[in-house]
Design a protein around this ligand. Structure first.
Ligand SMILES: [Zn+2]
Length: 227
């Protein structure tokens, strides 16, 4: 998608801007010195910058009285993903799962180390809706983020340095999952004693985990219930 920003050239009369300025003054906004109107067109389609420029000259802008600026906007990844300076962006999280993702990677209300931003139910071309989590200043390790695959197998991890994505990878469920989820077998030792759960990953699609202690097979349903 392209954004075309149209504004009046210097010295050109802008009646709407002038009227607005007068109105604001009457309302007591004495500190406002000038108001100029501008317009933004959002243009979708597989079209080059040159062609957009052509469209500007022919219709979108009046070349005599108006200036235009064109910039490309990536709708899906958008600015949401790129805006942090350094850190980790977890993208393509299944919709409404971002809080569970935070829980899995160990970010809770006691986590005061850094800025964490959560975007829920963001429109996505690929997924319909998705969640995004941005953790500033921290590059999460593969081990830390891979467990996310339990609830969000399509999640992608972007490592950001100086506003640039320097690494991009999909989450991959590890061979062994420790902690995170409880065993569904009530009689399992992990449910009665202070033993951390441990599961072998038997299958990834569909997800099947086998408890190291009681052999209970955990299916997607058993896992989803816990989140
Ligand atoms: Zn068990």
């Amino acid at each position: 998608m392209w954004e075309v920003f149209i504004s009046y050239k210097k010295g050109v009369q802008d009646p709407e801007g002038e009227t607005t300025l007068k109105g604001l003054k009457i309302l007591g906004f004495k500190e406002i010195e000038d108001v100029r109107t501008a317009k933004v067109f959002r243009v979708k389609g597989k079209i080059s910058k040159e062609r957009i420029e052509e469209a500007c000259k022919k219709l979108l802008a009046n070349p005599i009285s108006q200036d235009y600026k064109i910039r490309k906007v990536d709708e899906e990844e958008g600015m949401r993903v790129r805006k942090i300076k350094n850190g980790t962006v977890i993208d393509h999280i299944n919709p409404s799962q971002s809080l569970n993702v935070l829980r899995i990677i160990g970010i809770d209300s006691n986590y005061k180390k850094t800025t964490v931003t959560v975007a829920m139910n963001v429109p996505s071309r690929k997924m319909g809706l998705k969640d995004i989590v941005k953790v500033e200043g921290i590059e999460l390790s593969e081990e830390e983020v891979n467990k996310i695959a339990l609830i969000s197998p399509n999640a992608t991890i972007n490592i950001i340095r100086d506003y640039k994505v320097v690494e991009k990878r999909k989450v991959k469920l590890p061979d062994i999952v420790e902690g995170v989820i409880k065993c569904a077998n009530r009689n399992c030792i992990t449910n009665s004693e202070k033993v951390q759960t441990k599961f072998y990953v038997e299958s990834r699609n569909p997800i099947k985990l086998r408890c190291y202690y009681c052999e209970r097979i955990m299916e997607e349903e058993d896992i989803a219930k816990q989140f």
